[in-house]
Design a protein around this ligand. Structure first.
Ligand SMILES: [Zn+2]
Length: 443
């Protein structure tokens, strides 16, 4: 029996439509969109946002490590992250990731690409337990998960791994592919951590063997060009900047998702557009870590695709990520409406990030259209940011003045996962999360 969900307004690939009904099959896929229905399930529905980059365990670090200690930077934050990572058990990870995934759903993210590198147990034993904890957390929260098991090999360009990185490191490509095989029950992608952490001669071989394990159509994600120091070290070691070096090392194409790309040069941005790769921007995390600002305006004008991710999960909110993305460009260029078109800011920004996010996850989602997953976010008709607005400017008001607090409901695969900002069982989970965070962050 198909489910029928009707809304006053629906944001479709063909534009905004009034009084529409989604017909959703038993697998949670949109079968058809029909006229009529009179908004029985809500006011204004937009596609659920794919979260194209997350490290769920870092949710436990939010708000810790904010005291000034001289030259605070990405690299001092990374030390705090390593201290936390060293302590987390599979049981802890289940609790932390479940909380992060619940917050994602409340914040408009209906699917997540989890960039998972905390592989081994704290005593050094390997096994799939940590990855299975992430999978179990996603199932418990009700979010659609694409797991990106990370291959991590070295501590920096041509540098062996440090003791604090041991839990991330696979002894060999074969070990990594064994993990991929063990996790085949969920959608997977391939994630060489970064050019810092994977040797160039290993990278090509890794892709061949991982493709053999999970198929050659799955997405590939990599951290790249996030920090100036990384760019300088790459140039010193190889005579090329990171994205240029990547394109000279592998077949850079539409499977590739370049996370951050903050310091990409104009030539590197042109290369990304030409090869059809996607840039995954994480504005709140990039701001929090003081990474810098990607030239998103120039990139978008050239036809570049960008998805968004909540990355360190210090604050989880799809609307705030998009606002900071736009405002970062305004501050950089000293001009307004940088990622808008003649129709406004909200619809184009939300839909671009959804479409690119769907490619980044390698899944049929990110649009309210037949054949796509029925993942959607319903806006609260009475929310303050759009009081006095009609449908044509409502999404602009969402991006400029709104937040996750203005979402009335969230559906994943046609099933209501969040209702009036709440989901079943969240209070007990939050208490368990609080106790876990307090214990893990004790000195
Ligand atoms: Zn990351």
């Amino acid at each position: 029996m198909p489910t029928r969900l009707s809304f006053n307004y629906l944001l479709t690939p063909d534009g905004l439509r009034a009084d529409q009904t989604l017909v959703v099959d038993s697998d949670g896929i949109i079968e058809a969109i029909e006229s009529g229905g009179k908004g029985a399930h809500g006011f204004f529905a937009v596609p659920g946002m794919p979260n194209a980059h997350s490290h769920a365990f870092q949710r436990a670090l939010s708000g810790f490590g904010e005291r000034a200690r001289g030259q605070d930077s990405f690299w001092s934050w990374r030390e705090a992250m390593y201290r936390l990572a060293a302590r987390i058990t599979p049981e802890d990870l289940l609790v932390i990731a479940r909380q992060a995934f619940r917050e994602m759903l409340r914040a408009g993210f209906t699917s997540v690409a989890e960039f998972h590198y905390l592989h081994h147990l704290s005593d050094g034993r390997s096994g799939p337990q940590m990855a299975q904890a992430v999978i179990e957390a996603a199932r418990a929260a009700g979010i659609h998960l694409v797991l990106l098991p990370v291959f991590y090999q070295q501590g920096g360009f041509n540098t062996p791994p440090a003791e604090c990185q041991r839990r991330f490191v696979h002894a060999s490509i074969e070990d990594y592919c064994r993990l991929l095989q063990e996790l085949r029950g969920v959608p997977l992608g391939i994630a060489p951590h970064s050019l810092r952490a994977v040797a160039l001669q290993t990278l090509a071989q890794l892709l061949v063997q991982a493709d053999a394990a999970i198929g050659s159509r799955r997405p590939i994600h990599i951290h790249i060009s996030e920090q100036r120091r990384e760019v300088e070290e790459c140039q010193a070691a190889f005579g090329r900047t990171p994205i240029d070096l990547l394109a000279h090392t592998v077949q850079l194409d539409a499977r590739w998702n370049l996370v951050h790309a903050t310091h990409a040069s104009a030539a590197e941005r042109a290369l990304i557009v030409q090869r059809g790769a996607t840039v995954v921007l994480c504005p709140l995390t990039e701001a929090g870590l003081g990474d810098g600002l990607f030239a998103a305006e120039e990139y978008a004008c050239a036809g570049g695709r960008f998805a968004i991710g909540s990355d360190s999960n210090c604050r989880i909110d799809a609307v705030e990520e998009l606002r900071l993305l736009e405002y970062g460009q305004r501050l950089r260029r000293e001009q307004r409406a940088r990622l808008a078109n003649a129709d406004g800011l909200g619809a184009v920004l939300w839909q671009q990030a959804c479409r690119a996010g769907a490619r980044a996850l390698g899944e049929p989602l990110g649009e309210l259209a037949p054949g796509k997953r029925a993942d959607l976010v319903v806006l609260d008709e009475q929310a303050a940011p759009w009081l006095g607005h009609g449908p044509d400017t409502l999404l602009d008001a969402l991006i400029v003045g709104g937040s996750r607090a203005d979402l009335a409901a969230v559906y994943v695969g046609g099933r209501r996962a969040v209702d009036h900002g709440a989901s079943a069982g969240e209070d007990a989970d939050a208490r368990e999360f609080a106790a876990t965070v307090a214990r893990l962050n004790q000195p």
